[in-house]
Design a binder for this molecule. Structure first.
Ligand SMILES: CC(=O)SCCNC(=O)CCNC(=O)[C@H](O)C(C)(C)COP(=O)(O)OP(=O)(O)OC[C@H]1O[C@@H](n2cnc3c(N)ncnc32)[C@H](O)[C@@H]1OP(=O)(O)O
Ligand SMILES: O=C([O-])CC(=O)C(=O)O
Length: 371
């Protein structure tokens, strides 16, 4: 069959959009978010600063940041009916699937759902940013037949999110590390989930539909689901020697090691993984427990020697979340909660100068058959 155009499996290297949101500058080893370096933002600012930057176009003043926090706080509480629907889900439902359901339900409560203007989408994004952490934490507790933990507005955004998941007030270091992880996960150019959201938004579908599609994409182990898979691997291995053996065995069986490799970085360390490795070290110090840190370092070494592959963000975020006491089933939902802001910025941009995504194929099937 004659080729109709060049085809790149997995669309590797294909430019799918022009964007002012973010860019991975691999040469400079910089994740550019609206002109700022993401790692510098994670070290010097907080997640709510990213909300201001990504949704309003500039880093907020302290006063504006407070206002953003109030806007989100007003949205923390979920409608009783939503909690009731979550309670009725089969107990085997994965929290990512419960989150997908929850976001779908929220669309029915939005009386301005057809408003796709920039300000309309910004309002919806703020509503979702306030509600999604409560949705994440509550769905987990309900699926485990536990009482939901009510949000607390006297805590900071990140401290409250952590509290609703774990049921205990975290230390200052734990809150800082968690907030840093939310910044690290907040936005990353054109991963599969963002592409999915933009493709959906390009039909003029609303932000709820776009985000629901993104949750489905992010659940996969080749994407966000890797953080949960990394933690299960570490627990199965139990010791440094056990972890090295597990990796060697998997490589022998031609299996992929979760938390390593990346379509864009591949032969370099993901800068966000370096950030989370430092965070893991400070947590290990505070808790006087270096087991996971040492295991991860040993695994990193094996993968470098055996495959020339480096950790991505999920590899070091997983043990960080475990040490913060977050249930493993919630690792990927937390990733999504953090990414909501980046996804919203992309949906806003797509709606503001849209062209429908509709690519072509190189047909390799038969022709001229007759029924
Ligand atoms: C925050 C995030 O979402 S980051 C991504 C999280 N996902 C993971 O950690 C899952 C594990 N990693 C992977 O599967 C891949 O590295 C991906 C999916 C992230 C990127 O994949 P791609 O860009 O499509 O690379 P591709 O699958 O073509 O791999 C290229 C080669 O590297 C190998 N490879 C890539 N990643 C891994 C890995 N984690 N373990 C073992 N081998 C790997 C592949 O087997 C392939 O080898 P081959 O050429 O001998 O067949
Ligand atoms: O960029 C990607 O392909 C995946 C990723 O690291 C992310 O979504 O944070």
């Amino acid at each position: 069959m004659e080729a109709q155009g060049s085809y790149k499996p997995g669309l590797e290297g294909v430019v799918a959009a022009e964007t002012e949101v973010s860019y991975l500058d691999v040469e400079a080893e910089e994740i550019v978010i609206k002109g700022y370096d993401l790692i510098e933002l994670a070290e010097k600012r907080q997640y709510l600063d990213l909300v201001g930057l990504l949704l309003e176009g500039e880093l907020p003043s302290n006063q504006r940041k407070k206002e953003i926090e109030w806007i989100l706080q007003k949205e923390y509480q979920l409608q009783d009916e939503i909690l009731e629907i979550l309670r009725l889900l089969p107990k085997e439902t994965h929290p990512m699937d419960a989150l997908r359901t929850g976001i779908s339900i929220l669309s029915g409560y939005d009386h301005t759902i057809d408003d796709r203007t920039e300000s309309g989408n910004r309002e919806k994004a703020m509503r979702l940013l306030g509600k999604i952490p409560t949705l994440v934490a509550s769905s987990y507790h309900l699926l485990n037949e536990e009482d939901v933990i009510d949000p607390r507005t006297e805590l900071s955004f990140s401290a409250n999110f952590l509290y609703m998941m774990t049921g205990r007030e975290a230390s200052a270091l734990e809150v800082d590390v968690f907030d840093q992880s939310l910044v690290a996960y907040s936005e990353h150019e054109m991963p599969n989930s963002t592409f999915a959201a933009r493709v959906i938004a390009s039909t003029h579908a609303d932000i709820y539909g776009a985000l629901t599609g993104a949750v489905s994409s992010l659940k996969g182990h080749l994407h966000g689901g890797a953080n949960e898979a990394v933690m299960r691997m570490l627990l199965e291995a139990d010791t440094i020697e056990g972890f090295k053996k597990l990796i060697y065995d998997k490589l022998q069986n031609k299996e992929r090691i979760m938390g390593f490799g990346h379509r864009v970085y591949m032969k370099k360390m993901d800068p966000r993984a370096t950030l989370m490795k430092k965070a893991l070290r400070s947590l290990a110090k505070e808790k006087d427990n270096f087991t996971l840190y040492d295991m991860c370092e040993a695994g990193e070494q094996v993968m470098k020697e055996e495959k020339g592959l480096y950790p991505n963000l999920d590899y070091y975020a997983a043990p960080v979340y475990y040490m913060l006491g977050i249930p493993i089933d919630l690792f990927t939902p937390v990733f999504f909660a953090a990414r909501t802001v980046g996804l919203a910025a992309h949906v806003m941009e797509q709606h503001s100068h849209n062209r429908l995504f509709r690519p072509r194929v190189n047909y390799t099937g038969p022709r001229h058959l007759h029924p």
